[in-house]
Design a protein around this ligand. Structure first.
Ligand code: ADP
Ligand code: MG
Length: 722
C-alpha cells in the first residue's frame, strides 16, 4: 500500500516520468493534489465543438474506411464519429492498425485539437481510448479532465490517479473529527475519491466543500497560532506621557481629528501601554487621514523614550512621508537644533539610493536614538541598521510587503516592538480575515469634514475634440490657481514601467475578435513633449517625475510641485500613494484602461484633498467593452470598499493573498476569498477555538503537519523571491 509520500514510479510505471518532468509531480500526494479542472459526462455534445478547441469527448464510430494515399505508400483512414446527433471526421494519414479498433459501433473517448477540412470539423490523428477498456476499471458517470501533462493522454492521467487511489492507505486528515462532524464534512480520503472519481455531481460538490473548508481552516489555524505567539511575547509598555511631543503636536494640529481618528488613536494608545506587542491593521478610504493616526502613534513611542520606524514600499513614498511628517511636526522635528522645540525629536530618512556619507550619518542618528522617527524603504531591514530602542514599527501599504519583512523589522527591537500596518486602500472583510488575519483591524470610515467631492469622467481619446477639451480643463484649473497631475503608464519609449505600477493585460472582449495588436502605451516623456506643442496649455510650467530620476531631482520636483511652483506634473504612478498636494485638483490618467481599479482609485485620491472640488479624467484609447465598463465603474463611485471588491474579483486568488503567500503550493485551489465569506468565518471560529485549547496542536498531529507544510511552502516561496 502507498502513502502520500510514496513515489509514483512503482505504482504508475512510465507515466511517472512524464508527471515529474511536465508538472513537477513526484509523490502520491503531489498527484492527488493535481485537481481535475472540470468533468465530462459520458454523453458528449459534438454539436457545440468549435475549431481550435481541444476536444475530449465520448463518441461512437459511425463509419470507417481506408484508402490508399495518393502518390505515396501507405493507407489513409477516414472515420466519422458521432454523439448520435452530430458528427466529426477523423483522419489518420497512416492507418497503422487503428482501422482494426475504430470499427463502426465502437465507443471511445477521443481527444485532440479540432480543425476543419472541406468545411467539416475534423480531428487529425487524435488520441483515443476505447470505452470497453477504460470502463473495465472506471465505470464512473463523470470523467475528470485534468490539465495536460506533457504528451500523456488525458485518460492516462485519469487512470494514473485512479490507480493511485486504489493502492492508497487511509490518509491523514488535518480536520479534527469533531469539526468534520459538526460541519458535516467528508473525511479527506472520501474527498479525494469524490474529487477524482466521482459518480455524481453531488459527490464532486461535497468533496469540493470539504477541501474548501480544509484550506480555510489550515490557513486560519496558521493565523491563530501567529496571533497566539505574538500575544505571548513581552514588550516594553509605551504609555502616553503628558506634556510630551504628542501633546505639543495635537495642540498644533491645524484641524480637528475626526471621531474615527480619535477613537482609533485611543485604541492604539491603550495597546501600546500594555506589555504585549500591538499587532494592528489600520485601513481606510483614500484620504481618510491614516497618516495622522500613524504619526500620533509614533509620537507616543517617542514620548515613551523609544523610536518609531515607518516602512514605505517605494523611495518616492518614503521621501514623501519624510517630508510630510517633517512639515506636520514643524519645530517639533528639529530636535537638538537651534529653534527646535523642547520636546522635539528628529526625523531620519533611510533609502537604498543615499550616498554613503548621508547613510552613515543617518545610521548614527538611528543607533544613538537621536532620530525618534525613522522613515525608509526596505533598506531599513538591512542588518547594518541598528536602532537604539525600537518601540513601534509602522508598515505603510502593506500589500507590497510580506509577513517575513514585517518580522525582519520586528526583529530589530531588543524586545518585540508594537506593529501598526496601514493599507493603501480599503479591503473587503474576507481579505482582512485571511491576508491580514493575524492582525486586529481598525477602519477609518469617514473622510475629514469639508472635503470637496471628486468627479470622474471617462475620456475616449480618439473622439474628435475630447483631448483638447481635456487639456483646456487642465489649463482652466491652473488659471484659477490650482495644479494638475498627468499620470502615464510608462516612463519613456523603452517600455519601462515604474516601480509599483500595476498594469493589466490589455482587455479585449470575451468572445470578440482575436486581440488587436497591443497599443503602445503613453510615456511620461512623450506626453511631456506633446504638451509642449499643445496650444491649450502653452505657458504652463510642466515637469516630469518618475522613479528613475536621481533622488535629489525627484525631491526637487516634488518639492516644487508641493510648494505650488509647478503647474502640471507629468508622472508615472509614483504619485499613487501618499503624495499629498491639497492644491492639486485635476488628474488626467492616460491609458487608464491599463491600470487596475484600485490603483485608479488610489491615484484619484491624490486630488480633492483640499477644499476645491476635484476632477479626474480617465483617458482611454480602448474600445473593448470590458475595459470601458471597468472605467465607468471607477467613474460611478468613490466607495473604495466597493471598488476594492471589483478589483479583487478580477485578480487571481494568488495575487489577493499577496506577496506573503505566493508560490505554487500555497495558492488556494478551492477557496475563493471574496465569495466564501461563510466558509472563512466558520473556519476562523473553529480554528481560533482549537488553538485556544491546544496552542501547540499536540492533540492534532495531522493538523500540525498540514500547518507546517503550508508554512514551509510560504517560507520557501519567500526565499525563492529573495
Ligand atoms: P490617507 O488615509 O489616504 O493616507 P492622509 O493621511 O494622507 O490620508 O490624509 C489626507 C489629507 O487629509 C492630508 O492632507 C491630511 O493632512 C488631511 N487630514 C487628515 N486628518 C484630517 C482631519 N481630521 N481634518 C482635516 N484634514 C485632515
Ligand atoms: Mg496615506
Amino acid at each position: 500500500m502507498a502513502t502520500e509520500s510514496s513515489t509514483l514510479a512503482p505504482i504508475i510505471a512510465t507515466a511517472a516520468k512524464k508527471f515529474a518532468s511536465a508538472r513537477d509531480i513526484h509523490t502520491v500526494g503531489d498527484l492527488l493534489a493535481f485537481w481535475p479542472r472540470r468533468y465530462r459526462t459520458r454523453e458528449s455534445d459534438l454539436g457545440s465543438v468549435t475549431p481550435g478547441e481541444y476536444l475530449v469527448g465520448v463518441a461512437e464510430v459511425k463509419s470507417a474506411s481506408t484508402r490508399p494515399m495518393r502518390g505515396r505508400k501507405g493507407t489513409m483512414l477516414n472515420v466519422v464519429i458521432t454523439d448520435g446527433r452530430h458528427d466529426i471526421d477523423i483522419t489518420f494519414f497512416k492507418a497503422w492498425g487503428h482501422e482494426r479498433v475504430l470499427v463502426p459501433g465502437a465507443r471511445g473517448i477521443f481527444a485532440g485539437t479540432v480543425g476543419t477540412y472541406n468545411r467539416r470539423l475534423q480531428l487529425t490523428h487524435p488520441g483515443y481510448t476505447m470505452l470497453d477498456d477504460f470502463d473495465a476499471g472506471n465505470r464512473k458517470a463523470l470523467i475528470p479532465i485534468y490539465r495536460s501533462v506533457g504528451s500523456l493522454h488525458t485518460w492516462t492521467v485519469t487512470e494514473s490517479v485512479r490507480r493511485v487511489l486504489e493502492v492508497l492507505d487511509e490518509v491523514p486528515d488535518p480536520l479534527p473529527a469533531e469539526v468534520r462532524e459538526r460541519r458535516g464534512l467528508l473525511s479527506r480520503m472520501a474527498a479525494l475519491r469524490g474529487i477524482h472519481t466521482p459518480d455524481s455531481w453531488d459527490e464532486v460538490e461535497e468533496a469540493r466543500r470539504r477541501l474548501r473548508y480544509e484550506e480555510a481552516f489550515v490557513l486560519q489555524v496558521t493565523l491563530a497560532q501567529r496571533r497566539r505567539t505574538a500575544s505571548g511575547q513581552v514588550t516594553t509598555p509605551r504609555p502616553v506621557r503628558a506634556g510630551g511631543i504628542l501633546e505639543a503636536f495635537d495642540e498644533r494640529l491645524p484641524f480637528e481629528l475626526t471621531s474615527g481618528q480619535r477613537e482609533i488613536g485611543t485604541t492604539i494608545a491603550d495597546e501600546m501601554a500594555r506589555d504585549v506587542p500591538m499587532h494592528r491593521l489600520l485601513q481606510g478610504e483614500v484620504g481618510s487621514g491614516k497618516t495622522v493616526v500613524a504619526l500620533r502613534a509614533m509620537l507616543a513611542a517617542v514620548d515613551a523614550g523609544g523610536q518609531a520606524a515607518l516602512l514605505a514600499p517605494t523611495e518616492v513614498l518614503a521621501a514623501q512621508h519624510h517630508r510630510t511628517i517633517t512639515e506636520l511636526l514643524g519645530d517639533l522635528a528639529q530636535g537638538g537644533m537651534l529653534g527646535g522645540a523642547d520636546e522635539a525629536t528628529r526625523v531620519a530618512l533611510l533609502t537604498g539610493s543615499q550616498s554613503t556619507a548621508e547613510r552613515r550619518r543617518t545610521l548614527l542618528d538611528v543607533a544613538s536614538g537621536d532620530a525618534g522617527i525613522v522613515v525608509g524603504t526596505h533598506a531599513l531591514l538591512q542588518e547594518t541598521v541598528d536602532f537604539f530602542d525600537l518601540a513601534l514599527v509602522v508598515v505603510d501599504e502593506q500589500h507590497r510587503f510580506g509577513v517575513e519583512q514585517r518580522d525582519a523589522l520586528r526583529g530589530k527591537g531588543s524586545v518585540p516592538p508594537h506593529v501598526l500596518v496601514m493599507t493603501a486602500t480599503p479591503i473587503p472583510r474576507t481579505v482582512a480575515m485571511t491576508v491580514f488575519g493575524d492582525l486586529e483591524t481598525s477602519t477609518l470610515r469617514e473622510l475629514p469634514a469639508g472635503r470637496a467631492p471628486i468627479t470622474t469622467h471617462v475620456v475616449p481619446e480618439d473622439r474628435p475634440g475630447w483631448m483638447s477639451r481635456t487639456w483646456a480643463r487642465v489649463a482652466e484649473e491652473v488659471r484659477s490657481g490650482r495644479q494638475a497631475f498627468v499620470v502615464c503608464p510608462r516612463i519613456g519609449d523603452d517600455d519601462v514601467v515604474d516601480e509599483g505600477t500595476d498594469l493589466r493585460d490589455e482587455v479585449t472582449d470575451e468572445d470578440g475578435e482575436p486581440p488587436a495588436p497591443a497599443r503602445p502605451l503613453k510615456s511620461v516623456y512623450a506626453v511631456h513633449a506633446a504638451l509642449a506643442e499643445e496650444p491649450a496649455v502653452s505657458g504652463l510650467s510642466v515637469e516630469v517625475l518618475h522613479g528613475r530620476l536621481p533622488p535629489e531631482e525627484k525631491d526637487a520636483v516634488m518639492g516644487r510641485f508641493s510648494r505650488g511652483d509647478l503647474d502640471v506634473l507629468v508622472s508615472t504612478t509614483v504619485v499613487e500613494v501618499g503624495v499629498d498636494v491639497p492644491n492639486a485638483t485635476v488628474m488626467v490618467v492616460m491609458d487608464a484602461d491599463r491600470f487596475g481599479v484600485s490603483q485608479l482609485h488610489q491615484l484619484r485620491g491624490r486630488i480633492g484633498r483640499g477644499s476645491h472640488p476635484g476632477l479626474c479624467l480617465l483617458v482611454t484609447g480602448s474600445d473593448a467593452e470590458a475595459a470601458t465598463a471597468r472605467l465607468e465603474a471607477v467613474a460611478a463611485t468613490t466607495d473604495g470598499f466597493e471598488l476594492a471588491r471589483l478589483d479583487l474579483s478580477q485578480r487571481r486568488e494568488g495575487d489577493i493573498l499577496g506577496a506573503a503567500q505566493h508560490g505554487r503550493r500555497t495558492q488556494l485551489e478551492f477557496l475563493h476569498i471574496l465569495e466564501d465569506e461563510d466558509v472563512i468565518e466558520a473556519a476562523r471560529e473553529d480554528a481560533f477555538a482549537l488553538v485556544a485549547d491546544d496552542p501547540e496542536l499536540s492533540a492534532h498531529p495531522d493538523l500540525a503537519a498540514g500547518v507546517r507544510a503550508r508554512v514551509d511552502a510560504e517560507q520557501a516561496a519567500y526565499l525563492e523571491r529573495g
